[in-house]
Design a protein around this ligand. Sequence first.
Ligand code: SF4
Ligand code: SF4
Length: 457
Amino acid sequence: MTSIKVKIMNVKNAPPAFHVLGKPTGAICNLDCKYCFFLSKEMLYPGSRFRMADDLLETYIKQLIESQRVPEVNIAWQGGEPTLMGLDFFKRTVELAEKYKKPGQNILHTMQTNGTKLDDEWCAFFKEHDFLIGLSVDGTKEMHDTYRVNKGGAGSFDQVMRGLDYLKKHGVEFNILCTVHAANAEYPLEVYRFFRDELGAHYIQFIPIIERVDETILPLANVGWSDRDGGERPLYLQTGNLVTKRSVGREQYGRFLNTIFDEWVQRDVGEIYVQLFDVTLGSWINQPSLCVFAPTCGNALALEHNGDLYACDHYVEPDYLLGNIQETHMIELVASDQQRKFGRDKLDTLPQYCLDCEVRFACHGGCPKNRFTNTPDGEPGLNYLCPSYKLFFKHVAKPMGIMANLLRQQRAPAEIMKLYARGEAPQAVTADYSQTGRNEPCPCGSGKKFKNCHGRH
Ligand code: SF4
Ligand code: SF4
């Protein structure tokens, strides 16, 4: 283990907490999902074995735990496919976490997996150590198998369902991660009801697929990002202003969310947790909880299998490499000017169109990785998903306002369903902020005048 001593309290600009996605196999995966641009990141480490070594694992766990000045530390694994490391790697992780955790600290273990390798042994281990498992499923078999295929090109749905059965058999908590793309975006209710009614999911995340490319690599990218028998293969970088044919449409994602929201808000609040709906409610009560919809970011990093720390999981590319944790303590990299600037740029580079936007308090321009379109007056830096965000945040404004008020009164947001049942809640209709006078109450439900509230949540 590399021992680098740092007085955490003395590190200037160090955040009290941050999140790291550990990639113990780098980009290596047993599947070959067509939209998974991360597969191409294998090209950043030619000749590597793509396995996190034991001494690096210990360095990582030690640094991560000692850097956090909050009671809960999340040790989060993703890939590639982390289960390819084998179970012993994760047993060692749990052992090391116990060795280094500070008095009063609680460790939360999480893993994002494609589920195909899960069996009794894995799931008994997850249950014993309270792992929270994120399972990638894109909807029904037909939708899922369109892009989530194995190395031979066959769909992975049946294997994933077998993995889910093991998770359920052992009572492991799971979260469905569903990417939204060309093959499922037109079927929001089928997708949502499948997760809720067929899979018995209580936690669901919807993640838009936006594969950004320029015209030179578009034809290759449309084929996919994996290695293909000596054929030409593109490396995914955040450049270009085109998207692949698999990507969700600019408004399509918003329509997808709105349809699901209308069903959820009338029957599932408090039972089914859809991450984006929760995060949006957080914005309505001035507590943004997801980097994508926070004013600034920079506290969600990615660690490669060799100790290289990157600014974000979406920016694992040379320009965003902060350093290696075997040479420089993680907290110094997280607090570095380069990383703090990365986080501030999210706010500092907002186009005027966003600064003037009526739903900026909930959107904050979205993730910088998707800001590659122009505003109506030609300013660059507008989010590809802006039309979706406007659709969604306006559509949910009234019910969100009601739920936010319930929360402020320390009542359960789920009470909104009673209002709907009695026909007393407004339908989730578009809130027209343009009609809101500056001295009128803000439609977000905060109770403040619009002029004092708008954009300042
Ligand atoms: S770049 Fe996007 S995903 Fe990464 S930390 Fe910032 S907002 Fe979050
Ligand atoms: S909805 Fe569009 S204009 Fe408004 S803040 Fe978001 S990205 Fe910017």
